[in-house]
Design a protein around this ligand. Structure first.
Ligand code: NI
Length: 167
């Protein structure tokens, strides 16, 4: 496995629209392993998306298993060609991002979502997420569409916060 370089804002590649994965082969699974290893080194990271390492593929990893007492928590998931099919409610919450290491921000997200995706073997999956996990999934899918949490702040003045510590 290999660690991958994480692109940081304002790298223009973070704004690219990613393309669907078409080959569910060993090369894909090797990339997933590298991407996951890279995520694990990020402080407190609960997700990473392929375009954050310069691969414009519709592929993300989410793992909230380090967080306690969440409304839903599916643990480690490989989400490939994900599509949100249902949205319900909304909530404001604080987000951070490996590609925006010096800031966090308050973003409005759907409270509950239904998601369809494939895994790294091409198997079709359906998930229902609520709360923090739903937020993490929506954040990662945004990366596939070239969006950062910075693009969703209601107010740059009131909703953007400089990180004091890295944890
Ligand atoms: Ni991010």
């Amino acid at each position: 496995m290999a660690l991958l370089e994480i692109l940081t804002y304002p790298d223009p590649r973070l704004k690219d629209e990613s393309q669907p994965v078409t080959a569910f082969d060993d090369a894909l699974r090797a990339f997933v392993a590298d991407l996951e290893e890279t995520m694990r080194l990020g402080p407190g990271a609960v997700g990473i998306a392929a375009p954050q390492v310069g691969r414009a593929l519709r592929l993300a990893i989410v793992d909230c298993s380090s967080k306690a007492k969440l409304p839903t928590n599916h643990g480690r998931m490989i989400l490939i060609n994900p599509e949100i099919t249902e949205w319900d409610g909304f909530a404001v919450g604080r987000e951070g991002c490996l590609s925006v290491p010096d800031f966090t921000g308050n973003v409005i997200r759907a409270e509950r979502i239904t998601l369809e995706a494939r895994d790294e073997h091409g198997e079709h999956r359906q998930y229902q997420f609520e709360g923090y996990e739903a937020r993490a999934v929506q954040h990662e899918i945004d990366h596939l569409d070239g969006l950062l949490f910075l693009d969703r702040l209601v107010s740059r003045r009131n909703d953007l916060f400089k990180r004091k510590t890295y944890k």
